[in-house]
Design a protein around this ligand. Structure first.
Ligand code: CUA
Length: 313
């Protein structure tokens, strides 16, 4: 169910958003109530029995069984209720329905990539249909990241060498933020994405168009599309502007000085190597920050990027 926005979170748009909010507020207000009872009680007793200068003998009562049973039993019952309630919600959120659409998610410094059934891939945008369960099979290419969609009230760590899973069913069309919530280095705060929730029909159209696009475009056009959708654009300009990585304008055929002092001619093999193994040959004056695109770009994608770079004279 949808839920309204709160002081901490945007309006909820997944099937379990309102359950999460409800349990959260029950725990928050219970904690507040006990905080008030304990603090006000302590202050009252400290004032009531303060040292008034006279030496008074207090009573010798050391225990009050009914009182102690009460203050033990009530909180114990409350935490058991919270445990069972929370565990039921936890199971609901962590066991994906069988009919869910499975999308593979890969986290890496510092972007998200998504692979849909049929092999379509996207970077930093997760496109899903409304009202359908979507199950994410997630892993990391490098360090620990964490996949968080506040509007869906769901979050899961994304680990190297292991798969984790998260599922949701969006209840409203729209665009929702994806955050990385595990500090993963310099670009952590920029590791942002969007969930784009479409009508089922629009989602199906988008998926089949995306699958067809890679075969109907010319290699250069497809390369230009990849340049934008695979986040190359974040670090490489195509108009000569300096950025975190070398500009692609006029780069093909150039001889560049490398960080180790040697020279290299920018040809097809150099570009291919730099995409798959970016640390191999770093251009002098740049930081070794480029992530590998091994497993994200296939051979045709790499051919397309090379063809596109060749057009940028
Ligand atoms: Cu990825 Cu923080």
């Amino acid at each position: 169910m949808d839920s309204t926005g709160t002081l901490w979170l945007p309006p909820g748009h997944s099937t379990f958003a309102s359950d999460v909010d409800f349990l959260f507020y029950v725990i928050a207000y219970l904690s507040l109530a006990f905080f008030v009872i304990v603090t006000v009680g302590s202050l009252y007793l400290a004032f009531r029995y303060r040292n008034k200068g006279k030496r008074e003998l207090t009573s010798g009562i050391a225990h009050n069984v009914p009182l102690e049973v009460t203050w033990t039993l009530i909180p114990t019952i409350l935490v058991f209720v919270i445990f069972v309630w929370g565990f039921k919600d936890y199971l609901k959120m962590h066991v994906s329905p069988k009919n869910a659409i499975e999308v593979k998610v890969s986290g890496q410094k510092w972007f998200w990539s998504f692979e849909y059934p049929g092999g379509v891939t996207e970077v930093n945008t997760l496109t899903v249909p409304v009202g359908k369960p979507v199950s994410l099979l997630m892993s990391s290419q490098d360090v620990i990241h964490s996949f968080f969609v506040p509007a869906f009230r769901t979050k899961m760590d994304v680990l190297p060498n292991r798969y984790t899973r998260l599922w949701f069913e969006a209840t409203a069309e729209g665009e929702y933020d994806i955050y990385c919530t595990e500090y993963c280095g310099k670009g952590h705060s920029e590791m942002l994405g969007k969930v784009l929730v479409l009508k089922e029909q629009d989602y199906n159209n988008w998926l089949s168009e995306a699958a067809a696009a890679s075969s109907s475009l010319s290699l250069e056009e497809y390369g230009e599309q990849l340049y934008r959708t695979k986040a190359c654009i974040t670090c490489h300009s195509v108009d000569g502007t300096a950025n975190q990585g070398p500009t692609w304008k006029g780069i093909f055929g150039k001889t560049e000085k490398l960080a180790d002092g040697s020279n290299v001619t920018i040809d097809e093999n150099y570009i291919r190597e730099s995409i798959l193994n970016p640390m191999a040959k770093i251009t002098a004056g740049y930081q070794p920050i480029m992530p590998t695109f091994q497993g994200i770009l296939n051979d045709r994608d790499i051919d397309a990027l090379i063809a596109y770079i060749k057009t940028l004279e």
